[in-house]
Design a protein around this ligand. Structure first.
Ligand code: UTP
Length: 232
């Protein structure tokens, strides 16, 4: 199926890598995928789908493994549950249950082995239309609020081309927990040119105070780059 998206967006497909093992939240994630853990009463993946929809995506490609089938199930209709809620007049709950399936077209992309984030993203190329020049990637561990940053990133790509990565400022005590960008100024104080990135540097080795925030607008050239490296 050809994907649709809002005309001013640089991407139509939003990618959510969700095939990791989720070891940090064990034992909760032994049987419950991390992406289904709730933020108040809503699974994280539903908030991600909402963000992607608001950013203009027409399709959500969720990278899953055999262990993560429940993530896709959250976006499927449930006629028995919906029928019961309808019969009982539980309209508010019915609306909540129908929300995820109605948000966006969702595509399941399989990563058979957890060979890393790059390898997970690489699997999505097979479902893209030939004319899709960029994709958005949303890491479901990071909630970026308020929504709107992906639209801003799309505008930066429209103006300057290439891939656009989201960064936020962290203190020197925090840099060692993040991927930290080496950057150069541009004519816009909110936009930096990325020269490199250091994963979890010591405070004294950090090239800046700008940490990666799990939102990317990636040029299609990323798939060629991923083919040139060894997954792991
Ligand atoms: P993380 O490094 O946070 O991995 O991956 P993880 O397995 O989910 O978490 P921990 O560290 O074991 O708790 C960042 C994102 O990339 C996905 C993860 O699902 C997560 O959303 N990922 C990672 C994949 O899709 N496949 C992989 O092989 C690795």
């Amino acid at each position: 199926m050809t994907s649709t998206a809002s005309p001013d967006s640089q991407f139509r497909t939003a990618v959510v890598p969700a095939a990791g093992l989720g070891t940090r939240f064990l034992p909760a994630t032994k049987t419950v995928p991390k992406e289904l853990l709730p933020v108040v009463d809503t699974p994280g993946i539903e908030l991600i789908a909402e963000e992607a929809t608001e950013a203009g995506a027409g399709r959500l490609a969720i990278v899953t493994s055999e262990r993560k089938v429940g993530v896709m199930a959250h976006f499927a209709d449930d006629p028995v549950l919906e029928g019961t809620l309808e019969d009982r007049g539980k309209d508010i709950l019915l609306h909540k249950v129908r929300r995820a399936p109605g948000l966006i077209e969702v595509v399941d992309v399989r990563q058979d082995e957890p060979l890393g984030l790059g390898h997970a993203v690489a699997q999505v190329e097979s479902v893209l239309d030939a004319d899709e020049q960029a994709v958005a990637v949303l890491l479901p561990d990071d909630l970026v609020l308020p929504f709107g940053i992906l639209r801003r990133m799309s505008a930066v790509r429209a103006e300057r081309g290439g891939s656009v990565l989201c960064a936020f400022e962290v203190s020197p005590e925090e840099v060692s927990s993040y991927g930290v960008f080496k950057v150069e100024d541009t004519d816009d104080p909110a936009v930096k040119k990325v020269l490199g990135m250091v994963e979890k540097p010591a405070a004294e080795d950090a090239p800046s105070n700008l940490a990666a925030a799990g939102r990317y607008v990636l040029d299609r050239a990323i798939f060629d780059a991923l083919r040139r490296i060894t997954p792991g």
